[in-house]
Design a protein around this ligand. Structure first.
Ligand SMILES: Cc1cc2nc3c(=O)[nH]c(=O)nc-3n(C[C@H](O)[C@H](O)[C@H](O)COP(=O)(O)OP(=O)(O)OC[C@H]3O[C@@H](n4cnc5c(N)ncnc54)[C@H](O)[C@@H]3O)c2cc1C
Length: 497
């Protein structure tokens, strides 16, 4: 069959792989010559530099993953015995200007990309679409980042779901092998075009775009698709135990795949298929893990249908809550950020995110609840802190998680349910292994005292070599008093869900 287009450009964004890639597949199938580009978008990167965030693990993860993607594209071309130098075009520019410019320079008839439903990305894409249309170039976009998007899973009356369990049931009813099938990119890879001579080759270094190396390479987080496959293979050996192990931060229970799913170095269809097949064969662990992937789709569709959640509570009445502000609130917030709350599980968790850019899911729930319901701080401040520090930061999931913890969100924790940070610690880190890993200054406290050092007698503290206030802070709030204050604070929303 004759290909309808002479040439096309694939614009990579949060999909940094060359296998099972919707946009790449559609472009290769439609055009005789296809180029691939990623723009290190100054609209996103320059504000980080302006805020002094030169050391950003995500930027380093992206650069590593671009190098890997460049190699993957070159390998596809070698497998097809194509002449010339193949790989990825990488630009450091404003994407909204650079994509139309490059498309014009290359004289392509169409640009292909995968959906990115973050409101800022949609606004950027609308601008790009307009600029391309002005030059007679089409922009074709496809679903790729989630299994089901936008309006694909709706209630019987055609509305978006706002409660997870019925959404999940509908999702599971709809999913089948067709939706999880991989796009066979290699089938059409002979359309990959050699890199044009006019463009500088290779992926720029971190330093060339104004950033600094981080500790990324010392973490157990291999980047690029190769790294993603390594982590997936490791997790698939443990997936059957996921349901039992996933809540204990000292245990290697979860997959640690979140940065790969965020940046698309791994296909969501691939991982969902692995879990779905195992679930059908009776694996409880796989069923629970698949459920987490459904949460991911759920929050993406919440963001699509309710973009106001970016700035405000999903449940509008909850914007009436008065959060703490002023110097005292700032000091409490700083103590939370700097792992100095005096509650060991909270401080160990905040040390984990600060040192590694990752935090265990149970601890994201507990630290978020602590900030909002023990310290009375606006959930948006915590959301922003996580956004700056998580390698897997994803607007939809992070916003959903914060609004869940603050009880302001879609299918959230009821507002009167307040995690007790000490009970959570005793339950999910019973031997204090996680706490000791991140707070070695408390390591010599016996297990029963580790969760609440202020309850230890002076003799016990001395035996463990600890002076409260010198080696470790006393608690910055009393949980019971904070709980009472929170119930009063939330009283304005009584009866509002
Ligand atoms: C306050 C808060 C903030 C969060 N911020 C983010 C974020 O910025 N980015 C992010 O990817 N996840 C976020 N989560 C969800 C979850 O904590 C992480 O996805 C998970 O800890 C990542 O580790 P993992 O890959 O080992 O997870 P696994 O347990 O192996 O889960 C597999 C995958 O499922 C998805 N997933 C799991 N739980 C959730 C969830 N509750 N919501 C949406 N997707 C989920 C992720 O893509 C994850 O990689 C947040 C949760 C909370 C409570």
């Amino acid at each position: 069959m004759e290909k309808p287009l002479d040439s096309a450009l694939v614009w990579f964004r949060r999909d940094l792989r060359a296998e099972d890639h919707a946009a790449l597949y559609h472009a290769l199938k439609a055009a005789r010559r296809v180029w691939c580009v990623f723009v290190l978008d100054r609209e996103i990167l320059d504000p980080l530099l302006e805020r002094g965030l030169e050391a950003d693990r995500r930027v380093e993860f992206i650069i590593d993953s671009l190098i890997d993607l460049d190699h993957q594209l070159a390998r596809l071309a070698v497998a097809k015995r194509l002449d010339g130098r193949h790989g990825l075009i990488v630009r450091h520019a404003l994407a909204r200007e650079e994509i139309p410019r490059l498309a014009r320079e290359l004289h392509v008839q169409a640009v292909y990309a995968n959906h990115d439903d973050d409101p800022a990305a949609l606004a950027r894409d609308a601008q790009v679409r307009g600029a391309l249309a002005g030059a007679g170039i089409a922009l074709h976009t496809s679903k790729d980042h989630v299994v089901f998007e936008r309006n694909e899973v709706l209630t019987a009356s055609g509305n978006a779901y706002s409660v997870f369990t019925p959404y999940k049931n509908a999702w599971l009813k709809k999913v089948d092998a067709f939706y999880l099938k991989a796009y066979p990119v290699d089938r059409y890879a002979d359309a990959l075009a050699p890199l044009p001579d006019m463009l500088p080759p290779g992926v720029p270094s971190l330093e060339a775009i104004g950033f600094e190396p981080t500790n990324l390479h010392t973490l157990k987080l291999p980047s690029g698709s190769a790294g993603a496959h390594e982590l997936l293979a490791d997790f698939l050996q443990r997936i059957d135990d996921y349901h039992a192990a996933r809540d204990f931060p000292a245990v290697k229970g979860p997959s640690y795949l979140s940065p790969h799913l965020r940046f698309g170095t791994l296909s969501i269809r691939r991982v969902a298929h692995e879990a779905w097949q195992r679930m059908q064969a009776g694996s409880q662990g796989a069923a629970v893990w698949l459920s987490e992937l459904v949460w991911r789709d759920f929050y993406h569709q919440v963001l699509h249908h309710h973009p106001h959640v970016v700035h405000a509570a999903f449940k509008p009445g909850f914007d009436a809550i008065r959060w703490e502000h002023g110097k005292h609130a700032d000091a409490l917030f700083a103590a939370w950020c700097n792992a100095r709350t005096g509650y060991p599980l909270i401080d160990a968790a905040m040390t984990q995110i600060n040192q590694s850019g990752y935090m265990h899911n149970r601890l994201r729930m507990v630290t978020a609840s602590f900030l909002v319901k023990d310290l009375g701080i606006d959930w948006r401040r915590g959301e922003r802190y996580f956004a700056d520090h998580l390698i897997d930061y994803d607007l939809a999931a992070n916003n959903g998680g914060w609004q869940w913890a603050a009880s302001t969100g879609c299918d959230a924790q009821p507002w009167f349910r307040i995690f007790n940070p000490v009970s959570q610690s005793r339950k999910f880190d019973p031997q204090g292994k996680f706490i000791r890993r991140y707070l070695p200054q408390l390591a010599r406290l016996p297990d029963d005292l580790l969760h609440a050092p202020w309850l230890a007698s002076p003799v016990d503290l001395a035996a463990a070599g600890i002076e409260l206030g010198r080696d470790y802070p006393p608690p910055i709030v009393d949980h019971e008093a904070a709980r009472e204050a929170t119930l009063k604070r939330y009283a304005v929303v009584k009866g509002r869900g």
